[in-house]
Design a protein around this ligand. Structure first.
Ligand code: NAP
Length: 557
């Protein structure tokens, strides 16, 4: 439909809602809005669906939540018919699943691919958003649902000489679809976070030589990935609706096995706790290792015991003692940064074609035509791979440079760090909802399920607004302060807030420091959001829609 409004220009298309992003949350939002019979368009920068799992197609990319849980719950037939091949799904399987969902629910017809939003402006006079895109489209809509992803804007170090390099350079989050030629090449890898840890064994297996440049080592646990056990799959499918319900009642929106001891590490003698940790290390539960005891994420002494156990594992795997010691994290608590799970990461450093370079002691000075120069040496390379992470949690919103009521810029409103209510809305930007926004559990909870939950909350809210004739709905600075208090109180009980990482914005020079996600647990989070809705959105800002008078209306004399 093409209509003309003076603000949006003559070719603007009008919708009830624009969804930004066709990742898992955006696809679900599109599906639900269509189910409700609303006019909706979804705008996606990539040429396919899947979001994170569309962009991050580097070799070794794999999710760290088990496949039976890391999937949609909204449609029983879908969850019964789909079969995962591996316990922890690799990127190609997740992308295939996203495509399957898009086809099954005919989502593509309402997705504009290769369309990047570069303008997001609220029009106070009509209480509508104008969404402009780099391709020149203009959409006008009452609501915007920004499902723009927590990890979307790539972080690329600002080193001199980057444009001089004569070889190939890639960022893992923009990996070419056709793949990168690494066989027989001298490859340099920057970054040893989850991504670097996943790609390292893959590069080493094909490259002539891999030079891994490490600034800070990470704690990584064996993924013990495997083919999905058909009995396990049957067990889940027989009980899916009940298990999905239980998932929503947990801290991280993930059902754990019963391996965790639920006791303090100090309840055991030194010998006993070694045994418990050994059992947990060998259990096939990935990230659950970190929850073996009740106090390792809050008590530094308890944490140090667990950390040293993992360091000793690294020392036992890596043959060269100097390399092993370099790979041992010693400057922050275990679990303070996002813990990684890997498939043969530490073992890779036993290969003859792999070198670990310590760029904490000898930083990178520049990229040259032929490689990388640190303060200590020159490294000749054919390929440089940046696994240097993201401007996380806020980057994808700020990149669109939204302007809200009275032309206020989000960049200004968030200048000292993001301010939100539930990570769903921010003051001065009415009718704009974020999925997995800063201040929500987001990356600390299983994101497909919690994304569905947030979208359901948003749609329930939109229903309420329609039923009550409300044209403008937003949050206030006072609500933001209250939510910031809740977020800070929860953060103060954990190691995350005290550790420099992308969780706190510390990975991006100049970014304000604050824990960017809500660590109070998904269960408490969802209770608080639900209560706000049940109490009729008390404290939220609401403006009644102006009455449109019909032709037969008579003004009272
Ligand atoms: P990341 O955790 O932020 O790691 C980035 C790495 O690059 C760090 O080692 C960092 O070193 C290094 N780096 C950044 N800038 C640098 C610079 N200027 N000079 C030298 N080194 C630099 O990013 P990521 O590995 O992409 O992971 C981000 C998140 O994505 C993960 O935490 C996880 O949530 C998600 N992810 C999940 C999976 C999975 O499910 N299995 C896989 C991949 C990613 P410093 O630590 O010293 O800053």
């Amino acid at each position: 439909m093409s209509t003309s409004t003076p603000e949006a220009g003559p070719t603007a298309e009008h919708f009830d809602a624009v969804v930004i992003g066709a990742g898992f949350s955006g696809m679900y939002a599109l599906h639900r809005l269509r189910q409700q019979g609303r006019r909706v368009v979804c705008v996606e920068a990539g040429d396919g669906v899947g979001g994170t799992w569309y962009w991050n197609r580097y070799p070794g990319a794999r999710v760290d939540i088990e496949s039976m849980q890391y999937s949609y719950s909204f449609d029983e037939e879908l969850q019964q018919e789909w079969s995962w091949s591996e316990h922890f799904s690799p990127q190609p399987d997740l992308e295939a699943y996203a495509n399957h969902v898009a086809d099954r629910f005919d989502l593509r017809e309402d997705i504009r691919f290769e369309t990047r939003v570069n303008e997001l402006t609220f029009d106070d006079t009509v209480d509508k958003w104008t969404v402009g895109t780099a391709s020149g489209d203009r959409f006008v809509a009452t609501y915007v649902i920004a499902a723009t992803g927590s990890l979307d804007v790539s972080n690329v170090p600002d080193w001199p000489g980057l444009d001089r390099f004569r070889g190939q350079a890639y960022h893992t989050s923009r990996w070419p679809k056709e793949g990168a030629e690494l066989a027989g090449k001298r490859v340099g890898l920057i970054g040893t976070g989850s991504t670097g840890i996943q790609i390292t064994p893959e590069i080493a297996a094909v490259a002539e030589h891999l030079t891994a440049f490490q600034r800070t080592p990470n704690f990584s646990l064996p993924a013990r990935n495997r083919r999905l056990d058909p009995d396990y799959e049957r067990e889940w499918k027989a009980d899916y609706p009940e298990r999905r319900k239980q998932i929503l009642g947990t801290h991280g929106a993930v059902l754990m096995s019963n391996a965790a001891e639920q006791r303090s590490i100090f309840d055991y003698t030194a010998e006993e706790r070694e045994e418990v940790m050994e059992r947990a290390w060998n259990a096939r539960n990935g990230l659950e290792f970190i929850r073996t005891f009740t106090d390792t994420s809050s008590d530094p002494k308890a944490n140090e015991i667990l950390a040293e156990f993992v360091r000793n594992k690294i020392r036992s795997i890596v043959h060269d003692p100097e390399t092993a010691e370099l790979l041992c994290p010693k400057t922050y608590p275990i679990g303070g940064k996002r813990i990684c799970i890997d498939s043969g990461y530490y073992e890779t450093f036993n290969r003859d074609n792999v070198t670990l370079v310590d760029i904490r002691t000898h930083p990178i000075e520049e990229v040259t035509e032929s490689g990388i120069r640190t303060t200590e040496a020159e490294h000749d390379l054919d390929v440089i791979i940046f696994a240097t992470g993201f401007d996380a949690m806020t980057g994808s919103m700020l990149r669109m440079d939204p302007t809200g009521v009275d032309g206020a810029r989000l960049a200004d409103h968030w200048a000292d760090g993001p301010r939100t209510v539930f990570g769903l809305m921010t003051a001065g930007f009415p009718n704009l909802f974020m999925v997995h926004g800063p201040g929500s559990p987001s990356v600390l909870a299983q994101m497909i399920t919690t994304g569905e939950w947030q979208v359901d909350w948003i749609l329930r809210t939109i229903d309420h607004l329609d039923e009550n004739g409300i044209s403008r709905f937003g949050v206030t600075p006072a609500q933001e302060s209250e939510w910031a208090g809740e977020v800070d109180t929860a953060a103060s009980r954990t190691m995350h807030a005290r550790t420099d990482s992308w969780y706190t914005g510390a990975n991006i020079p100049g970014k304000p420091r604050a824990l960017l996600m809500y660590v109070g647990g998904f269960q408490r989070y969802s209770d608080l959001c639900t209560r706000a809705a049940e109490e009729g959105y008390t404290g939220f800002e609401m403006k009644q829609r102006a009455l449109t008078l019909g032709p037969n209306h008579q003004t009272p004399q």
